[in-house]
Structure formats: structure tokens, C-alpha cells
Design a protein around this ligand. Structure first.
Ligand code: COA
Length: 260
């Protein structure tokens, strides 16, 4: 697929997805949401891609939200249809079987924060501004913000941010646990690449099972979550990579994982 609003690149195991509408601060119109779905679906089965980094084009914004021009024309049916498309993308990202890193390189508002929330890691540049300002437009978050923000930073802070629509800077986002790390804009992509390189030497099945265990475990009781973890542990023990990883340790050498 040729993308109108995305730039895609593959480089040394990293699949880059760059949202590319810089003149609109990378706002998510329907076309961009559809393209994101396609790009993630393609990368999911691309063996050359071990980790995905998602970022925005330009130096000003990751994503400044849903496209307000489109939002202005929605009725009950089209509004619901739009957020279901957006939620589908955030679900694909959250349940992606390879790690996904958000490089938050500026404004990440509304759908921008929600996209970042669906990623497995969020690294931000020190000029990043994040938040859920939808109530200021008479709307509510619709790409998972009411659900994932509370799960990540706690109900109290999520209530405050969503009900005030207050935008926070990178430092505050880091303090409340919304982002993992803050670096300068110049350092951001290199920091994300370094994280990707650190992760991708590990067993691919182990990464996929870890993501699944953490994601699904959060919606279970501790007892059910532990049972689920044991089930996945059994499955991972049946992979060649687990044999290779443990043997490599015992033989005092580096593991050579094949993804089998
Ligand atoms: N949807 C559609 N267009 C958007 C947009 C959005 N969410 N955010 C920014 N843009 C457009 C602007 O309309 C402008 O387009 P124009 O040049 O054709 O007029 C362009 O991007 C640049 O934005 P501008 O507002 O001029 O930049 P700024 O530096 O003055 O302000 C923001 C930056 C992020 C503070 C401001 O753009 C903003 O508040 N955006 C909306 C954020 C929001 O509410 N998001 C949640 C939506 S649910």
C-alpha cells in the first residue's frame, strides 16, 4: 500500500512508522487511522521487523489529536464509527507481538496521547506536551484514553487530566509515569533505537508472551493472572529459543535466537 500520510522505513530490525502530516501537526484524520492499521498489520508478519518505533514528522508534534475538522461534522453514527476505527488501531498496537515504542517528539494531545498509551514504551522529548483536552471541545477521549490512562497513571490523576483537559509537559508526564524517559529532541530517536536494540537481542517468543501476560493479566484477578502466566511459561518452555537461551547461559556464550 502506498501511504498518503505515513512514512515507513525498515532499518536493522527496526520498523519505523512516521505519521506525516506536519502542516496539520500530524492530526489523525480517517485516512491516517486506516493507514496506521495497514502499516502495523504489515509489520506484524514482517520477519525483518523485530521492534516498531512510532513517531511524528517534524519537530513540533507527535500527533496533535484527532482531526478536529472531521470531528466537527460527526453525528452519533459517524462519531462511533470513527472511534471504533481508532480503537481498532490502538488494540492492534497494544496487543502487537513485537515491542512498540512511541517516540513522543512534541505535542501528543487527545488521540496522540491515546496512541502513545497503546504503545509498550513511551520516550518523550523535553518539548513534549501531553494530555486529553477533548472536554474543551465538548467531547470525550475515544481512542481508549478513558480506559488506558487510568490503568497507567491511576484513576485519580486520569480523572483530573481528562476532566480539566489540562495539558502537561514532559517532566510532569514522566513524574506521573505516563512516559518512561525524557531526553532532548536531538537525542530522542537515538534513545528509542538504543532501547529497541537492547530488546531485540532477546527471544521473540519470550517478548510476545511477556507482552501478552502483562496486558491480559491486568484485567484478571491475581490468581487468574498467575494461572495465565504459568500457561504461557509452559508454552515458552516448548520453544527452541528457550532451549537455546538456557543452554547458551550454561555454555557461557551469547544466545542465538531464531524465533522458533
Ligand atoms: N486537528 C486538525 N488540525 C489541527 C489539529 C487537530 N487536532 N491540531 C492542529 N491542527 C492544525 C491547525 O488547524 C493548523 O492548521 P492551519 O495552518 O491550516 O490553520 C496547523 O495544524 C498548525 O496548528 P496551530 O494551531 O496553528 O499551531 P500552534 O503552535 O499555534 O498550536 C496546538 C499548537 C497543538 C496547541 C494547537 O494546534 C491545538 O490546540 N490543537 C488541537 C489540540 C486538540 O485539541 N487535540 C485533541 C483533539 S480531540
Amino acid at each position: 500500500m502506498n501511504y498518503e500520510n505515513l512514512k515507513i522505513k525498515k532499518d536493522n530490525g527496526i520498523g519505523w512508522i512516521v505519521i506525516n502530516r506536519p502542516d496539520k501537526l500530524n492530526a489523525l484524520n480517517i485516512k491516517t487511522v486506516e493507514e496506521l492499521k495497514d502499516a502495523f498489520t504489515v509489520f506484524q508478519t514482517d520477519a525483518d521487523v523485530k521492534v516498531v518505533i512510532l513517531t511524528g514528522s517534524g519537530e513540533k508534534a507527535f500527533v496533535a489529536g484527532a482531526d478536529i475538522k472531521e470531528l466537527a461534522g460527526f453525528d452519533e453514527q459517524s462519531g462511533r464509527d470513527y472511534v471504533i476505527k481508532g480503537q481498532e488501531v490502538t488494540q492492534i498496537i497494544e496487543n502487537f507481538k513485537k515491542p512498540v515504542i512511541a517516540a513522543v517528539n512534541g505535542y501528543a494531545l487527545g488521540g496522540g496521547t491515546e496512541l502513545a498509551l497503546a504503545c509498550h514504551f513511551r520516550f518523550a522529548s523535553d518539548n513534549a506536551m501531553m494530555g486529553q483536552p477533548e472536554v474543551k471541545l465538548g467531547l470525550i477521549p475515544g481512542f481508549g484514553g478513558t480506559q488506558r490512562l487510568a490503568r497507567l497513571v491511576g484513576k485519580g490523576i486520569a480523572m483530573e487530566l481528562i476532566l480539566t483537559g489540562r495539558t502537561i509537559n514532559a517532566e510532569e508526564a514522566h513524574r506521573i509515569g505516563l512516559v518512561n524517559k525524557v531526553v532532548t529532541q536531538d537525542e530522542l530517536l537515538a534513545a528509542c533505537e538504543a532501547l529497541a536494540n537492547k530488546i531485540m537481542v532477546n527471544g521473540p517468543a519470550a517478548l510476545a508472551f511477556s507482552i501478552e501476560a502483562i496486558n491480559k493479566g491486568l484485567d484478571k484477578t491475581l490468581d487468574d493472572g498467575l494461572l495465565f502466566e504459568a500457561e504461557l511459561f509452559g508454552k515458552v518452555c516448548a520453544t527452541e529459543d528457550s532451549k537455546e537461551g538456557t543452554l547458551a547461559f550454561l555454555e557461557k556464550r551469547k544466545a542465538n535466537f531464531t524465533g522458533k
